[in-house]
Design a protein around this ligand. Structure first.
Ligand code: NI
Length: 168
């Protein structure tokens, strides 16, 4: 697969609801490995397929709870349990230079398939839970800036606008 490039807000693919993956094959495998490479070369800890312009329900997540750093590939992830509420500073590779505190559930259970088609059920908290929720949101076209207050969001969007203006 050709090298993958990260799509930057306001690219419309970031707002599309991604398609369920029905069959796992070479395309999905190559996509997942390409996404892990793109995530790592951008020094990110998670990436969703829409962020590389592919509207499929696949996310990759750095396994921050595991020293071996084997990234998790989650296909058709669904968050089936949420508990608690905690604020944490988030950023996003599709919103470069922007970060904000975002409130989310602290504990989650996520169910997904891995690349072999096995069913995974993962209980997560802390940073891992945070990343999984952020990336799963991307599959529904939701960005972290949608989860913060209106005034703060307006300020951030202004900042993003200013960045775009400076670039051109
Ligand atoms: Ni993101």
């Amino acid at each position: 697969m050709a090298k993958l490039y990260i799509k930057i807000y306001p690219n419309p693919v970031l707002r599309k609801k991604a398609r369920h993956v029905g069959k796992l094959g070479d395309d999905e495998r190559k996509l997942a490995y390409g996404m892990i490479e793109a995530m790592r070369s951008a020094s990110g800890v998670g990436l969703a397929a829409p962020q590389v312009g592919i509207s499929k329900r696949i996310i990759v997540v750095e396994n921050v709870d595991n020293d071996k750093k084997a990234a998790l590939v989650l296909i058709n992830p669904r968050i089936t349990r949420k508990k608690g509420n905690v604020n944490f500073c988030e950023g996003c590779l599709s919103l470069p230079g922007i970060s904000s505190d975002v409130a989310r559930p602290e504990f989650i259970t996520v169910e997904a398939l891995n690349l072999d088609g096995d069913i995974l059920k993962i209980n997560a908290d802390g940073l891992l839970a945070r990343i999984i929720q952020h990336e799963t949101d991307h599959l529904d076209g939701i960005l972290f800036i949608d989860k913060i207050g209106f005034l703060k969001r307006r300020k951030i969007i202004k900042q993003l606008g200013a960045k775009v203006c400076m670039k051109f």
